[in-house]
Design a protein around this ligand. Structure first.
Ligand SMILES: *Cc1c(COP(=O)(O)O)cnc(C)c1O
Length: 372
């Protein structure tokens, strides 16, 4: 089945008991045992499994071309579970511009626990190859990256990881499987903040791990999830699955609008530089064209001048909302360095936008008046 069809049908069935076309929300925390003590319907207790979570996990595995998936209560919980599979003394490679929450997790939680991480330029395969150590167990990729939209070659980096006997994980939150399928490019695991485009409506926090194979590593991720308890509620699963049904069409519209906004900003005299992989002069454009079908809805730009000038533009927009996060129907704008806080490497004059589903001309007019 093609992607749009999977997005609508994967993990869906008409409810056998009632004929419900839209799935019911199963709130029960516990499930009946048979007289012989077995669980004939497969469910025991809601921390280890629930029908809404199973539907979402089946759908996520199908969309990412994986064999298994685990849905989590947030993107961060999904990332935590992946690192918790490793042991003290193991070594991880991560991009120096990895999502700031992932960097904080590695530095503040996993470093004291004994996991070593080298942060490097993941867009340079030679640097990745040079940083491999005998104890390197995992290479973390995030492409496009946040907030500079740097592009990492997934197939090149996963080949380097595999020749070192390491696992390659790709955080696919920004591209989504509608635009990029990392497992087909060589990644072993895909991580998502379903809070973003998969949920798609800024109304649910969630995460996921999807695996190429239902192997020992993934079994351990699932064990961390079920034992640690970072599970999504039935309603959260229902909302994410409802969002996924329109994902392919939303990603097309987000990408189309973002391309128009990026083109407008690139020729604006008050803009120093625009970071969007769809622009031909973006350093990652060629690799992005190879591994993505469209370039997504995230655009960052640097205003000519200082932090104050960038803040002034963010203060003047009317249609964009000043808020963090991304992937909803509404356009958001954010001064990124100030949310990342001390130690942020993000340029002070950078604004990051999540381009929503409004008409692109309205968004362009709003930015034009704010940049005046
Ligand atoms: C938001 C985000 C996360 C974390 O997800 P939460 O649901 O906020 O925990 C991880 N990676 C990327 C790329 C993100 O944008």
């Amino acid at each position: 089945m093609e992607f749009e069809t999977l997005a609508v049908h994967a993990g869906h069935q008409v409810d056998p008991a009632t004929g419900d076309v839209t799935p019911p929300i199963h709130l029960s925390t516990t499930f009946e045992r048979s007289e012989d003590g077995t669980y004939p319907r497969g469910y025991i207790y809601s921390r280890s499994g629930n029908p809404n979570r199973s539907s979402l996990e089946q759908c996520l595995a199908a969309l990412e071309d994986g064999r298994a998936a685990a849905a989590f209560s947030s993107g961060s919980a999904a990332s935590m579970a992946v690192f918790q599979v490793l042991s003290p003394g193991d070594h991880v490679l991560a991009p120096s511009d990895v999502y700031h929450g992932t960097a904080r997790m590695l530095k503040e939680i996993f470093a004291p626990w004994g996991l070593e991480t080298t942060f490097l330029d993941m867009t340079d395969p030679a640097e990745v190859e040079g940083a491999i150590r005998p104890n390197t167990r995992l290479v973390w990729v995030e492409t496009p990256s946040n907030p500079l939209l740097k592009i990492t070659d997934i197939s090149a980096v996963s080949a380097i990881a595999h020749s070192a006997g390491a696992v390659c994980v790709c955080d696919n939150t920004w591209a989504t499987p509608a635009l990029q399928r990392p497992i087909q490019q060589g990644a072993d695991l895909v991580v998502h903040a379903t809070t973003k485009y998969l949920g798609g409506h800024s109304d649910v926090t969630g995460g996921a791990v999807v695996a190429r194979a239902n192997d020992e590593f993934f079994q351990r991720v699932a064990q961390v999830q079920q034992t640690g308890g970072a599970v999504p509620s039935p309603f959260d699963c229902w909302l994410v699955l409802r969002g996924i049904r329109t994902l392919p069409w939303r990603m097309r519209a987000h990408s189309e609008n973002a391309a128009k906004v990026a083109a407008f900003l690139s020729s604006h005299p008050s803009v120093e530089v625009v970071h969007y992989p769809g622009l031909e002069d973006h350093t990652g454009h060629q690799i992005a064209s190879k591994q993505m079908s469209l370039f997504g809805g995230m655009v960052s730009f640097q205003v000519k001048g200082s932090r104050g000038d960038a803040m002034a533009v963010a203060a003047k927009v009317k249609l964009f909302t000043r808020a963090t996060s991304l992937g909803g129907t509404e356009s958001l704008i954010e001064h990124r360095a100030s949310i990342e806080g001390p130690g942020s490497q993000t340029p002070d004059n950078l604004l990051r936008m999540s381009i929503g589903l409004e008409n692109a001309e309205d968004l362009i007019q709003d930015l034009a008046q704010a940049l005046e």
